[in-house]
Design a protein around this ligand. Sequence first.
Ligand code: SAM
Length: 232
Amino acid sequence: AVEVGGGDKEVVKEYFNNSGFQRWKKIYGDTDDVNKVQKDIRLGHSKTVENAISMLLDEGPITGLTICDAGCGTGSLSIPLAKEGAIVSASDISAAMVAEAQKQAEEQLEDKNAMPNFEVKDLESLDGKYDTVICLDVLIHYPQSKADGMIAHLASLAQNRLILSFAPKTLYYDLLKRVGELFPGPSKATRAYLHAEADVERALKKVGWRIRKRGLITTQFYFSRLVEAVPA
Ligand code: SAM
């Protein structure tokens, strides 16, 4: 396992067990008590999940494939993957998130055999081998110096495919972020890090992976670069 220690991880864990949990559970849910910004982020995120699922299904059915959903949140991706017949291992650094994902899965999955295997674990200490590893909207919480190790570790768990999403660092988004137009709202307590696509690509290349497909999801307040990597 790689060590992605330091302040960031503890702060992130604490946030997603408390105020961050409340905020993101609402955004990822379907209730009406969200403001305009949260509603926009909900829409953007749901598109990222949809795009990730289409990237997977483009290559054929996922029935019986082992998939690791690293940083599963409330199960937005894990549950549909389980419905498609994948054998899902879902984990998150936040116990609150994992409990919520488990509850959602129990409510939504009729076939109890399809239930993902849920675990409270940071992605750096995951082990085992999976056909596919997916990590959506997690890297935003870590600077590139930490992200490199996380990407290398996730790639080491994947046999055939690694799907990642991250907030792309471009001149335009950097500027917006600086003037404070992005990531608005008082409850956005953690730092957000953008990642240059070239840096992510370099991190993948270092461990012998290449990007095969790319997608970009943007709404007014949400933006995410989606990449599918395969062994080079
Ligand atoms: N991937 C989910 C989705 O797209 O619906 C959740 C995205 S949410 C913005 C970020 C999630 O990453 C949170 O649930 C948080 O607890 C989790 N997380 C942050 N750092 C992590 C780490 N080092 N290992 C595992 N999970 C982590």
